[in-house]
Design a protein around this ligand. Sequence first.
Ligand code: PLP
Length: 408
Amino acid sequence: MPFVNENFLKLNKNYLFAEVANRVRKYVEKNPQARVIKLGIGDVTEPLPVCVISELKAAVDDMSRRETFQGYPPYEGYEFLRKAISEFDFKRRGIDIEPDEIYISTGAKEDTANIQELFSIHSKIAILDPVYPVYLDSNVMAGRTGNFVDGIYNDVEYLPCTIENNFSPYLPKKKVDLIYLCFPNNPTGQVLTKDELKMWVDYAIDNDAIILFDAAYEAFVQQPGIPRSIFEIEGAKKVAIEFRSLSKTAGFTGTRCAYTIIPKELYIKDKDGNKYSVGDLWLRRQSTKFNGVAYIIQKGAAAVFTEKGQEEVKKLISYYLENAKIIREGIEALGLKYTGGINSPYIWFKVPDGFTSWQFFDYLLEKFQIVSTPGVGFGKSGEGYIRLSAFGKREDIIEAVERLKNFK
Ligand code: PLP
């Protein structure tokens, strides 16, 4: 009998959202009449843009004719989609990212979890705290994090994002090799200014580090001066990989299409100093472990990168940002301290004294039938916070805020 991969035994027993779902299921079983409003998991509710739907349908028709039928897609994605992304996401914004620096995938979750395979097991990692749990867990599974003691893994350099630093992390105290950044941040909803992000790029240049920049929420950035891509920062192409996704941008959480940018000038070395292209290594990894994104989905995705698609996506984002505004105002009226909800679909607030995150999660569920996400599920520094998500139907958001008015 094979032995278990003991790295898996070091993981938190439950994936955060599985535990949230579990508690909600138990509550609903006990209270079948309750009308529960879900502001927990960040899943979209609005339909796909009309132009995406019509391209998806046309692509289905392509598959019905021998002349236009498509088999296995290219590992790195179809040229038509990579060109469209290069043009709309980058060149039009003055950033030089070429189609062959873009790798299409089914999700930023997959890519942010898998990218660590390219780096030595001895690489020192720095991770925001709190943050989307996938970066940490994928490194735990790989065996890069050491042991879990008192709520932290002892080989990880945590970068606390707390009220003290306005949720903008300080540079690492120890030298690190890989830095996971996520802005606009999940869960705090905070963003970095250009100067703040430049400080990280400069750190990476000075310390031979690589930044793994998760920009899954870039489409929510509204304020001028806040970067939507790390490649807006000079020098970033030498030190950064960026993960982008259509999940939140265009409602693709169930349709699945994302893309990772690996600049051609990004290299890593072996211990003898020989250089290797990170993009080549990634393609080698993908071609062994991944068989590409369906033609139909990539056709639908390409519709996002058209004039019409961009307009429709803007409307989708505005809808969720208006939800965020309603939640923000509701939380503010309760006198609770919060951040986020301006360049982000997430509102992050401090729970009242005397509650832990999970206790307040239970309280919101039992008293108001509102599902939230407990901050501590995103890391130790998230204790005492709750995340509310603006992904929801407008009427549910309004009702949730109305219910919360009875909170005292
Ligand atoms: N990155 C962050 C920061 C997220 O919050 C999420 C999903 O919630 C993802 C990535 C996952 O994106 P995808 O649906 O493209 O896998």
